[in-house]
Design a protein around this ligand. Structure first.
Ligand code: 5GP
Length: 177
């Protein structure tokens, strides 16, 4: 099974996925490649951090399941997975990437995660140190992402309270399993 967690930036997808994977050892979280630099304080293994040349070489070698440009000028992609047998693959990717996955794997379960309000969305991005200009840009991109995401998603989860949202996604997962 492929579980895709998607949604606009600042919806809290990353934290939600981390909690979900921690409580269910049969879930296997894919580590994306990205051309963006590591943020101060971000874990070294949050992504495979690469330069544009290495990213392009991996595209050319068919090394990605999907890739996109979630933030202007920054490419991120899911490497072809090698998750152990008996595990379900979890992807935390943008809406465009989720659409690519759904095209290739119509049975993939797509969960759209939304912040409860624009103010919450902005606050999450500020807290992790995104520059103000980038926050405004991502909020505006996020409105279109929400629209596309709603048309694509098997379920929509509002991330108003982390534990509640994790429970809700776990319930969705159980239903589809
Ligand atoms: P950030 O750079 O802030 O970690 O993530 C920016 C956006 O890129 C988020 O919406 C995140 O879900 C998305 N993203 C991260 N990894 C991938 C990936 O491998 N593929 C796609 N399509 N989007 C990704």
């Amino acid at each position: 099974m492929i579980l895709v967690i998607t949604g606009p930036g600042g919806a809290g997808k990353g934290t939600l996925v981390a909690c979900l994977v921690e409580r269910d050892p049969s879930l296997w979280l894919s580590r994306s490649w990205t051309t963006r630099p590591r943020r101060p304080g971000e874990a070294e293994d949050a992504y495979v951090f690469v330069d544009r040349e290495a990213f392009d070489a991996n595209i050319a070698g068919n090394g990605f399941l999907e890739w996109a440009e979630p933030v202007p000028g920054q490419l991120s992609g899911t490497p072809v997975p090698n998750n152990p047998d008996g595990t379900d693959l979890v992807l935390e990717i943008n809406v465009e990437g989720a659409a690519h996955v759904k095209e290739q794997f119509p049975d993939a379960v797509v969960v759209l995660v939304l912040a409860p309000s624009v103010a919450d969305q902005e606050a999450r991005m500020r807290a992790r140190g995104d520059p103000p200009a980038r926050i405004a840009e991502r909020v505006s991109i996020g409105q279109e992402e929400e629209r596309v995401g709603r048309s694509l998603a098997d379920a929509v989860v509002v991330n108003d309270d982390l534990n509640r949202a994790v429970e809700e996604v776990a319930g969705i997962l159980q239903r589809y399993r």
